[in-house]
Design a protein around this ligand. Sequence first.
Ligand code: HSE
Length: 420
Amino acid sequence: MKKIGVALLGLGTVGGGTYRILKQMKEDIMRTDGVEIEVLHVLERDIEKAKALGVDPAIVSTDINNVINNPDIKIVAEFFGGIEPARSFLIASLKAGKSIVTANKEMFAKCRDDLEVAAKEGNAGLYFEASCVGGVPIIRTLQAGMQGNRIQSIMGIVNGTTNYILTKMSDEGLEYADVLKEAQRLGYAEANPSADVDGFDSMYKLSILSSLCFHKRIPLDKIYREGISKISKIDIDAGKSFGYTLKLLAIGKKVNGKIEARVHPTFIKNDNPIASVKGSFNAVLLNGDNVGDIMLYGRGAGDLPTGSAIVSDIVYAAVQSEHKLSYVAPTTDEDFNTDFESEYYVRMSVKDIAGVLAKITTAFGKYGVSINSVQQNASEGVASVTFMIHNTRESAINKAIAEIKSLESVNTVDALIRVL
Ligand code: HSE
């Protein structure tokens, strides 16, 4: 039987999960895929962690040369996260003819060109199923299951931490800061939560996923990004009264031949299947011109779900006779539309005096921004006014809001949330 040697770079949460699955599924993989996967080396500082997983200490070190110089290692799976040393170690592995498997979305989104050059040089494969939506096989679906379609759009919840926070805020009527604190205490959110709550993690994933949808490079600076840290319980409740659920969505779509890519909190209708995705679950809705809608749902993080995707890539890489890179064409500014259209929810606090609403609606009208509905609650000289705005361009609403903010009778504009 074909034997394939593998190195694991790191034995943290996902590395450990991967090791456990490889051990558990070894015989099954031999039977179903005709290949024996053998872990020949592990890079890990913490020898006790390795021992606890049952790894032979003789194959554990902190020296990447033990991986690069071992000709029996054909596949290198990386679990470090961050850019360095992951990038350098993977480039050296590829140049040495070893295929790589990574869950590292930030490094992959930022360094893909360098990895592809090294993969071509070493005639090796680049596998990244675990980089997006954890255990859900979205990359394989896009690469190997959608050839009969031009994909029109991808839309989804690709970050579990933010979906957990928004779900708790919505279901339990809690404020953002309180849920975040609890999520950090339970280990669901990082001590520095910025990568998740500010939308960076979703942006990296959207760059990777939409490049596979549209077969074009999607540079990070072409993705609009907004996180959830300014979301208030008041807005979630107001959305509910209009029949909406608030989600942090990653959206990639083609509009009149141009690509739009954005990550932002979005009100979606309660009957949209994405609205019912709760807690730390992820879901992605794809639309292909021939197949129509496809929805994938599952766990986007965790040792075994992400380990499941890593093991799938290891086996997939192990059985390939020839490695193939995904085709993604270069792009220029012309390929993108950054002034996209959306409906909006706007909440502001104003002085409860005559003529205020007239001034605000005049400012909206000046920029062609059309109001769908208005709600107002006034007490003690202050009114909270909520507008639902018809489809309009970002540039138009931003100009209107800037002018409204400058009105003497407007205290604050507290929320501007896109509505799908
Ligand atoms: N931090 C990510 C999330 C998991 O919360 O979904 C890994 O991408």
